[in-house]
Ligand binder design. Structure first.
Ligand code: GTP
Ligand code: SPV
Ligand code: MN
Length: 623
C-alpha cells in the first residue's frame, strides 16, 4: 500500500520535523542530527531504540511498502526477501572517495577528492534529499558495547531497510546512547537513498520498493572521521558501520592509535589435544571468508568455532596483558554471499539462515521460500528470479544475483564461539592471506618472517568477483584484501604493519598465504576446498605449536612431504604436486608485475618491502 499522498503544504509544515525518542544529554549529537535534518528536510526524525518491537514494526512497514516480501512463515520463519534495482547490487568503488586533506594521504589506490569541494558537492546533493521521508537516527556500537576495543557511530538514514540491517549487523539503540553519555565521541555517518518523495516544485511522488539514485557518492573524511553516503541502498554502500566505518575510517584511527582494522575473518580452532588457537584471515571480497569462518573440519579431532566473518580489529595487548595481538569482531551479524552456500559446502550457514534472515536478490520458490545457485543440487523447475521475473532452468541466466546476500544475527550461527563477544578480544596465533588464483600461488606457504608475511599480504592478487562493479575474473592486486577498504595510503598501511610486528616481537603471530582456487588447465579446481581446508589449517597451526615440518621454497615454507594430511581425498600424487608447484619463471614474471605495481607508491614504499622483494628474487633465481 503506497504512502498517503500529501500536499506541498504538509511538506512545509514538516520543515521543522518532529523528533521522536530524542535523547537529552548529548548536545553535540543532537545539534548534528538537527543540522542534517535541516539540510535534508525529512517529514519526521525518529531516534531508534534498537528494540524487538521497533525491528518488527519496521519490517511490517517494509512489507507494506513492497520492499520486503514475507517468506513462508513455516518454511522460513520471520524472514524476508528484498529485491534491489538491477543497478544497485554491489559496492561502487568508482564512486567511493577518500577526502583527506592531502591526496598523498589517500594514496594511489583510492579515489581522492579535496574535502572542501566535496563538501560543497555533498551539500548540493543532500539538500532536500529526504523530503517526504522519515529520517531515522541509528546509534550503533562497533564491538561489544563498552569494550575498550569498541567504537561508537551514529548513522542517520532515510531507509528503513538500512535501519533493520544495521540492527542485525551492529549493536544498536538506547544502550549505545547510554554508553556515549553526554560527551562521548562518535563517528557521524549520513546516508540517503537520494530519492525524495517531494519534488522541488512541491509535488508528492509515489515511493518505489527499492529507492536509490543513479548518482552515487560513498565519501569518507579521514581527518574529521565522517561518512557521507548518497544514492545506494546496497550493504557495503549503505550500512555505514561496516566497510565505511569499521574499515575505512577505523583503519585511519588504528594508524593514529596503534591498532589494526582489517578485512579478516576470525576463527577459533581446537586441536585434538585440546589446545585452542585463533586465526585471522584476509581474503578479498567473495573469496571465502564467511565459508572459512564457519568451517566444519574434516580432520579428525579438530573443532572450529566462528568469531567473525568479515572484519577484525586487532590491538597489541597493553600493559598488564600478555602483550599478544588481540582481536575482536566489531560486527554483530553476517552479511554473506548466498550463491555457493549449500548443504555440502557450508551446512552451518545453511542452518544459520533457516529463520530470522533478510535475503536480498535471491530467487523465490513457488512455496514462498528462497533459492540460489548452489543451495541444492537439484534445481527447482520454476522460480521467480531476483528481478521478479519467471525463471526456469533453461533461462540461460542465474536465478539469484551472483552477489545476492543474506543478513542474519551472529547469535543465529550454530558454530558461534562463546568468546565471540569477549570485550578483551581473542589472542591471534596465525594470520592468513589468500586470494582467488587459478595459477602460480601454492595451496599454503609460511612466511620466513614477519616482514616476508607483510610482503605476502601486500602482494595478494585475486580474480575479480561480483562483490563490486567490474569485470568478473580480471586479475587485480588486492593488498591485505583491503584495496577498496583502506582509508589511507596503502604503503603507510604496510609500514604500520611492520611497526606492529616489531612491537609484538616474539609474541607476533605467524603469517601464511593460502590459495584454495588453483585450477587444472581444463578449469577444474585442484583442491576440494570448504571443510577440507581444515587440513591446511591443521598444518599451519601445527607449525605454530612447533610439531609440523616444512621445506623451503622460493616463495615460503611449504609442508614437508607427508605433513599435509591428504588421506581419503583421493587426490592423485601429481595433483598434490601441482597444488604446491612453484614455477620460478612464472614467479619471476609475477614478481616483475608486483614490483611494477609497488613502484606506484614511490618513496612511501617501506624499505623493508623493497628488501623483501630483492630476497624473493634471489631465492627465485637460485631455484
Ligand atoms: P565477502 O562477504 O564479499 O567479503 O565474501 P567472503 O570472502 O566472505 O566469501 P564467501 O565465503 O561468501 O565465499 C564466496 C564464494 O566463494 C562462494 O560462492 C563460496 O561458495 C566460494 N568459496 C568459498 N570457499 C571456497 C573454497 O574453499 N573453494 C571453492 N572452490 N570455493 C569457495
Ligand atoms: C565485501 O564486498 O567485502 C562484503 C560485502 O563483505 S559489502 O558489505 O557490500 O562490502
Ligand atoms: Mn567482505
Amino acid at each position: 500500500q503506497p504512502p498517503t499522498p500529501r500536499t506541498s503544504e504538509d511538506a512545509i509544515e514538516h520543515d521543522t520535523p518532529a523528533a521522536t525518542g530524542a535523547p537529552g544529554g548529548h548536545h553535540r549529537l543532537r545539534d548534528w542530527v538537527a543540522s542534517i535534518a535541516e539540510l535534508t528536510g525529512p517529514d519526521a526524525v525518529v531516534w531508534c531504540d534498537g528494540s524487538d518491537e521497533e525491528y518488527d514494526r519496521l519490517c511490517e512497514l517494509l512489507v507494506s511498502q513492497g520492499t520486503f516480501l514475507r517468506l513462508d512463515p513455516v518454511r522460513r520463519p520471520r524472514s524476508f526477501l528484498a529485491r534491489s534495482t538491477p543497478d544497485d547490487v554491489a559496492r561502487v568503488e568508482s564512486r567511493t572517495f577518500i577526502c583527506s586533506e592531502r591526496a598523498s594521504d589517500a594514496g594511489p589506490t583510492n579515489n581522492w577528492r579535496a574535502p572542501g569541494p566535496m563538501r560543497t558537492e555533498l551539500r548540493d546533493v543532500f539538500a532536500g534529499s529526504m523530503r517526504g521521508r522519515v529520517m531515522y537516527v541509528v546509534p550503533f556500537s562497533m564491538g561489544p558495547v563498552g569494550s575498550p576495543l569498541a567504537q561508537i557511530g551514529v548513522e542517520v538514514t532515510d531507509s528503513p531497510y538500512v535501519v533493520v540491517s544495521m540492527r542485525t549487523m551492529t549493536r544498536v539503540g538506547t544502550r549505545v546512547l547510554e554508553e556515549l553519555g553526554a560527551e562521548g565521541d562518535f563517528v557521524p555517518a549520513v546516508h540517503s537513498v537520494g530519492m525524495p518523495l517531494v519534488e522541488a516544485d512541491g509535488r508528492r511522488r509515489e515511493d518505489v520498493p527499492w529507492p536509490c539514485n543513479a548518482l552515487k557518492y560513498i565519501c569518507h573524511f579521514p581527518e574529521t572521521r565522517e561518512i557521507w553516503s548518497f544514492g545506494s541502498g546496497y550493504g557495503g554502500n549503505a550500512l555505514l558501520g561496516k566497510k565505511c566505518f569499521a574499515l575505512r575510517i577505523a583503519s585511519v584511527m588504528g594508524r593514529d592509535e596503534g591498532w589494526l582494522a582489517e578485512h579478516m575473518l576470525l576463527l577459533r580452532l581446537t586441536s585434538p589435544e585440546g589446545r585452542a588457537f585463533h586465526v585471522a584471515a584476509a581474503f578479498p571480497s567473495a573469496c571465502g571468508k564467511t565459508n572459512l569462518a564457519m568451517i566444519s573440519p574434516t580432520v579428525a579431532g579438530w573443532t572450529a568455532e566462528t568469531i567473525g566473518d568479515d572484519i577484525a580489529w586487532m590491538r597489541p595487548g597493553g600493559p598488564g596483558t600478555d602483550g599478544r595481538l588481540r582481536a575482536i569482531n566489531p560486527e554483530a551479524g553476517f552479511f554473506g554471499v548466498a550463491p555457493g552456500t549449500g548443504e555440502s559446502t557450508n551446512p552451518i550457514a545453511v542452518a544459520m539462515v533457516a529463520s530470522d534472515t533478510v535475503f536480498t536478490n535471491v530467487a523465490l520458490t513457488d512455496d514462498g521460500d528462497v533459492w540460489w545457485e548452489g543451495l541444492t543440487d537439484d534445481v527447482p523447475a520454476h522460480l521467480v528470479d531476483w528481478q521478479g521475473e519467471d525463471w526456469t532452468p533453461d533461462a540461460g541466466r542465474p536465478a539469484a544475483h551472483p552477489n545476492s546476500r543474506f543478513t542474519v544475527r551472529a547469535d543465529r550461527c550454530p558454530s558461534i564461539a562463546d568468546s565471540w563477544q569477549d570485550p578483551a578480544g581473542v589472542p591471534i596465533d596465525a594470520i592468513v592471506f589468500g586470494g582467488r588464483r587459478a595459477t602460480n600461488v601454492p595451496l599454503v606457504a609460511e612466511s620466513y618472517d614477519w616482514a616476508h608475511g607483510v610482503l605476502m599480504g601486500a602482494t595478494i592478487s585475486s580474480e575479480q568477483t561480483a562483490a563490486a562493479e567490474g569485470t568478473v575474473g580480471a586479475l587485480r592486486r588486492d593488498p591485505f584484501a583491503m584495496l577498496p577498504f583502506c582509508g589511507y595510503n596503502m604503503a603507510d598501511h604496510w609500514d604500520h604493519w611492520l611497526r606492529i610486528g616489531e612491537q609484538l616481537g616474539e609474541s607476533a603471530p605467524r603469517i601464511f598465504s593460502v590459495n584454495w582456487f588453483r585450477k587444472t588447465t581444463d578449469g577444474t579446481y585442484l583442491w576440494p576446498g570448504f571443510g577440507e581446508n581444515s587440513r591446511v589449517l591443521a598444518w599451519l597451526l601445527r607449525r605454530v605449536d612447533g610439531t609440523a615440518r616444512a621445506t623451503p621454497s622460493p616463495v615460503g615454507l611449504l609442508p614437508a612431504p607427508g605433513e599435509l594430511e591428504v588421506d581419503g581425498l583421493g587426490l592423485a600424487p601429481d595433483v598434490v604436486d601441482e597444488l604446491f608447484r612453484v614455477d620460478p619463471a612464472a614467479w619471476l614474471a609475477e614478481t616483475d608485475d608486483a614490483e611494477e605495481w609497488l613502484g606506484r607508491f614511490g618513496d612511501r614504499l617501506p624499505a623493508a618491502i623493497t628488501d623483501q622483494v630483492v630476497r624473493l628474487r634471489e631465492r627465485l633465481s637460485a631455484a
